[in-house]
Design a protein around this ligand. Structure first.
Ligand code: UT7
Length: 331
């Protein structure tokens, strides 16, 4: 397809719940230690949503900040896409719940289930709608309340996840804009889907007393099998967009990857031979917020004045599916 228009990120925002769960709190819940968590993952704190706080609530707050930065109102939006695997309800889409809360209607609103790659997948889809001229301003969210589907008796998973939301406004770039999307790549390898799965609650294993008793509605993950695949798949999607645009790692001002494990981020950085000062990391504060990690890190970096207008930013993620994806932009 020949693109009629170009897309850009015109606004970012994020929200994290107030409640903090740190490594010492976890020591009291499961057989773990601050030392193990820090050295194996780089995490120290994570945020936990309140009992009455759902994905759309967090997404709403993040959206208000993103709209303000973009200088537009909810009525200027013409699509909402939410990347999430822990939405308000199994159905309808959290994007529709958010649409109601924003007081707007009569345009497409849908969720994308791509695990931790949810925001990259959603941004990739938004890019197509901007480029073909169908939409001008799309609200693209990555938001999760994984704490609500985490088994706090399983030390293999419960130390890893946190809650939060990142919002971005993806808009049509004007000719005079320097900000624009350069390229994006999304892919999946379903042969590995069983490594990261919520077993119960769908048509394969409908909810029952037994599934609840056995904790089958929580995250199941074979973390160490995913570890190597994560590095390989993120490297591959980054390499694809760089090569396709005749760019190399030296052209990049910032690398923002999914925040699942500091050792994964560092191994990827090393493999890419990127200067470590260009790699944005906030995993110690929020843990793994799945689809929200990248838009939260991007918004923080923008508001801290690290990522500035015109900077080249490469983003990459991987997650349940197993999905992976990259997005290369001039911010
Ligand atoms: O975001 C979606 C995609 N998911 C990921 O990216 C996760 C990728 N994987 C990882 O980040 C890492 O594999 C983990 C952080 C999940 C685990 O780290 P690891 O170095 O791969 O540990 P492991 O699973 O191989 O376990 C090593 C040991 C085991 O004990 P033994 O069998 O050697 O005695 C585990 O039982 O560490 C033990 N262990 C723990 N010990 C203390 C596992 N979890 C804990 C814990 N505290 N929380």
């Amino acid at each position: 397809m020949i693109a009629k228009y170009e897309a850009k990120i015109s606004g970012t925002g994020h929200y994290v719940p107030k409640k903090i769960l740190n490594n010492f709190d976890l020591e009291k819940i499961v057989d773990t230690s601050d030392e193990w968590i820090r050295t194996r993952t780089g995490m120290f704190e994570r945020r936990i949503a309140a009992e009455d706080e759902a994905v759309s609530d967090m997404a709403y707050h993040a959206t208000l900040d993103a709209l303000e930065m973009a200088g537009i109102k909810p009525k200027d939006l013409d699509m909402i896409i939410v990347g999430t695997i822990s939405g308000d309800h199994p159905f309808p889409a959290t994007a529709c719940v958010l649409q109601k809360r924003l007081g707007i209607k009569n345009f497409p609103a849908f969720d994308i289930s791509a695990g931790c790659t949810g925001w990259i997948y959603a941004a990739n889809v938004a890019k197509q709608y901007i480029e073909n001229g169908i939409a001008k301003n799309i609200l693209v969210i990555g938001a999760e309340t994984l704490s609500k589907i985490t088994n706090y008796k399983d030390r293999n998973t419960c130390v890893l996840f946190g809650d939060g939301a990142g919002a971005t406004i993806i808009s049509r770039a004007e000719k005079k804009d320097i900000s624009r999307f350069i390229d994006s790549e999304i892919t999946a390898d379903g042969t590995y889907y069983e490594l990261l799965v919520q077993h119960a609650g769908g048509s394969r294993m409908p909810a029952s007393h037994e599934t609840v008793d056995k904790n089958l509605h929580t995250v199941y993950m074979e973390g160490n099998k995913i570890f190597k695949l994560a590095i390989k798949s993120m490297y591959s999607v980054c390499d694809t967009v760089l090569k396709r645009n005749k760019m190399d790692v030296k052209s990049i001002d910032w690398l923002i990857t999914h925040q699942a494990n500091l050792r994964i981020i560092e191994a990827l950085g090393k493999k890419m031979k990127i200067d470590e000062n260009k790699v944005i990391v906030n995993i110690e504060k929020y843990g793994n917020t799945s689809a929200a990690t990248i838009p939260i890190a991007l918004d923080e970096a923008v508001r801290e004045g690290k990522v500035r207008k015109g900077d080249i930013v490469l983003m990459a993620s991987f997650g349940a599916g197993l999905t992976s994806g990259s997005l290369l932009i001039r911010f």
